[in-house]
Structure formats: C-alpha cells, structure tokens
Design a protein around this ligand. Structure first.
Ligand code: GDP
Ligand code: MN
Length: 391
C-alpha cells in the first residue's frame, strides 16, 4: 500500500528525520494561507499523488508569494497528473503540500528496500539524487551504494557512518546522516514498510540535511496489526479494478495472458498458473478468492476477471477446505445468470461438499467444462481457447 508524500514526511519526522516546515491544502485559498503561514515568501507547491516523477510532469513548482501559490494551486487541483510512473490516465490531484523553499547545495538519494536475495533490508544510496537517479540506475548501476542490514544487530553506528563518508558527507553532516538513517530504519521496521525512499535528501546551503521528498509503501498483509498505517489509505489513488477486488476480499494481480483464473489459496493459484504454462497457455491474472467464499464473492471474482478484455477462457480451480464446493458452484451459476458469460468456463472442484458442488454444476444445464485434477483442468482450459489463440 502506498501513501502520500506528506503522510510519509509526517511519519518520518516523528522518527527524527528533518523535513521542511509545510502544510496541507485542499483548495487554492488554503494553499495561499499555507504560504502566508510559512512567512509569505518563496514556497514549493507539490501535487500529492501516489507517484514519483511529479517534478518533470509539472506537479512541483517553486512559487513566489501567496498570490502565485493560489494561482498555481488552482491550475493543479481537480486535474490529473500523468507522470513516467503512472498509466496514461494519470492520477487525480485532490490535495497539495505547500512547503517552505530550501536552498539546495547537494541532492542525495536514499532508499530502504527489501532485498529478496539476502532476505534483508538493504540501503541503496547515491551522491547524485534528484530527478536523474533513475537514469543513473540504468546507465551506471555500479555507482549506487548498497548496504545490507543484519536484522539481529540492526543498523549499527559504524555502518551508518561508513555510508555517510561514501556519500562524501563530512563534519556535522555525518552525525545528521546517522540520525536520518537510523530513523528511516526504525520507521521501516516498526511499521512493516516495504520501501522508504527520500529523493532528494538535500544538503542545504547552511549545511543542514533535509528530506525534500519522501515515499513509503507498506506490506498489505501486515496492515491488520498497523491500523494507524491502514488509516492512511487513499482509495482515490488506487487502480479501481484492484481496489474493487480488495474491497471484496480478493487478491488480484493482472498479467499478460488470456486464461482468467479464479482459484482459492495463493499456493494453489501459483501452481495453477504453472500448470497452465506447462499445458502451453498463459494466465491472464492471479486471483485468490480466499477462504469461506460466498456465492456473491465468487460472482464478484468473475466480474473482476471479466473486466480484462484479453480473457478468452476462465479456469476455476478450488481445493475446498474452509471453502465449500456447493457455494463455489452456486457462485459460478450466479455469475452465468448475472454476467451473461459468453466464453468457455472450466471448473475443477475438490474437497468439502464436492459431491453437492458437482451435482449443482451438472444439473445447471450450463456449458461448463468439468475437470477432476489440476492437470486436467489446465489442459482443458488451454484446449478451450479460440483457435486463433491456440495456434
Ligand atoms: P518527484 O519529482 O515526484 O520525485 O518530486 P520531488 O519532491 O522530488 O520534487 C522534484 C524536484 O523539485 C526535486 O528533485 C528538487 O530538485 C525540486 N525541489 C523540491 N523542493 C524544492 C525546494 O524546496 N527548493 C528547490 N529549489 N527545489 C525543490
Ligand atoms: Mn522525488
């Protein structure tokens, strides 16, 4: 789950990261008020959308005084911002962050990510931060400094100092950098983050280190124990298909193939996608309907999968433990009635109430293709594709 820049800054500030004075605005008048609150001089107006690359896209602007701030805020609010990182439809700007302008001497890059290879939190840093960092990551990836953190020891002082020296910091900036690094690491650990990024982390002309931008994203599976993080969710910034699926308790990830998948359990979903590939097909999505799925939830899963126009076949694969095959079957039948399904549907049911489920399907009179095993289901789905795709 992503959050806004201003939310990330508020969190990081609580952990001890220095950030500029600033305030939130939902209207041009409020933005002008924020500017006056900061002294009425130069301030930076920043579109709050879940995306980076706002600077290049015109979503970040240095304004001189409250009149200019109001004017610029009026041009941004209510529009959508398309950046390198968004889709072509962009993200809606509903709020702005108005910040006192900083006198920048140097821009650094600092990120904390989960390194899957070492299974540890890793710091990625660069002495060349700001808007060019992505180019640098492509053209000269070796210039990025990487440092893996041992979870038993945590981020230790000497590591933090070493990183500061590698970034070319000296004197009192080293101490400030150590504070920033430790604060980010604490925030990452304490809040089950997946990513913390400060770009740019700037050295101001007076020598102070300040976070000018901040990005955090969180592990959705840990939100149940971080309600204060979950409260920061902004559905207005999410892909409507994925948030609709999430609202119905479905874990959905869109893929490139044409075989739509409705499966229970992440493990079985992964195995089914492998079996589809093995049979010569390609999955259109990952979808886990979860445990105890009601007919309505199954029907909603169909709706979600069918919203992808590439889907030419649907494969339903259920190994019911907590789930009930008769409920799944009712859901499939309900989907036919409510959604008018015109493509082949392969159903494989196994486990709790399987006989009742199969009976419902058999007696429905619908053209559902039944399969008994996972391999059979995958092969049937691949075979049921329109000839053009099967070629
Ligand atoms: P992003 O493009 O979405 O990553 O947005 P940023 O918050 O990083 O802003 C983009 C760029 O605007 C930064 O890399 C800075 O160079 C510049 N910028 C942001 N805040 C200030 C500021 O207070 N003063 C000045 N002069 N530039 C700023
Ligand atoms: Mn940035």
């Amino acid at each position: 789950m992503d959050i806004h820049e201003h939310q990330a800054k508020e969190i990081l500030a609580q952990f001890g990261v220095p950030v500029p004075r600033s305030g939130l605005a939902f209207s041009p008048e409020q933005a002008a008020f924020r500017c006056r609150e900061l002294g009425g001089g130069r301030c930076v107006v920043k579109a709050q959308v879940h995306s980076g690359g706002r600077g290049e896209a015109g979503g970040v602007k240095l304004c001189d005084g409250d009149a200019e701030t109001r004017e610029y805020a009026a041009t941004l609010l209510g529009t959508t911002l398309v950046t390198k990182q968004t889709t072509a439809s962009g993200k809606r700007i509903d709020r702005l962050w108005v910040e006192e302008a900083s006198q920048i001497a140097r821009e650094l890059y600092l990120g904390f990510v989960l390194d899957r290879k070492s299974e540890r939190i890793m710091i990625v840093a660069s002495g060349h931060g700001g808007m060019e960092i992505e180019d640098l990551a492509e053209t000269d990836p070796d210039s990025l400094i990487r440092m893996v953190i041992d979870p038993a020891a945590g981020l230790v002082e000497y590591q933090a100092r070493e990183l500061s020296y590698q970034l070319g910091l000296e004197g009192q900036q080293v101490g400030q950098m150590v504070t920033v690094l430790k604060a980010c690491y604490r925030a990452y650990r304490d809040l089950d983050a997946m990513m913390v990024e400060i770009n740019p982390l700037v050295v101001c002309e007076d020598g102070a280190l300040v976070a000018l931008d901040a990005k955090m994203s969180f592990d959705t599976n840990a939100l149940f124990r971080r309600p204060q993080v979950g409260a920061l969710r902004d559905p207005g910034q999410e892909d409507p298909r994925e948030s609709l699926a999430a609202d119905h308790g479905l874990a959905y990830v869109g893929l490139d193939g044409d075989i739509g998948c409705i499966i229970n359990g992440a493990g079985l979903a992964m195995a089914s996608m492998d079996m589809i590939q093995l049979a010569g097909g390609a999955p259109a999505n990952f979808l886990d309907i979860g445990g105890g799925a009601s007919p309505e939830r199954v029907c909603q899963a169909f709706r979600t999968v069918l919203s992808d126009s590439n889907v030419s076949v649907i494969l339903v694969n259920i190994f019911a433990g907590i789930n009930r095959c008769d409920w799944i079957a009712s859901g499939v039948i309900q989907a036919y009635t409510e959604l008018g399904i015109a493509i082949p549907v392969v159903v494989r049911l196994s486990g709790t109430n399987v006989d009742a489920g199969r009976k419902l399907i058999a007696e429905s009179g619908l053209p559902i293709i039944s399969a008994n095993t996972l391999a059979e289901a995958a092969e049937a789905a691949v075979a049921a594709r329109p000839p053009a795709l099967a070629a």
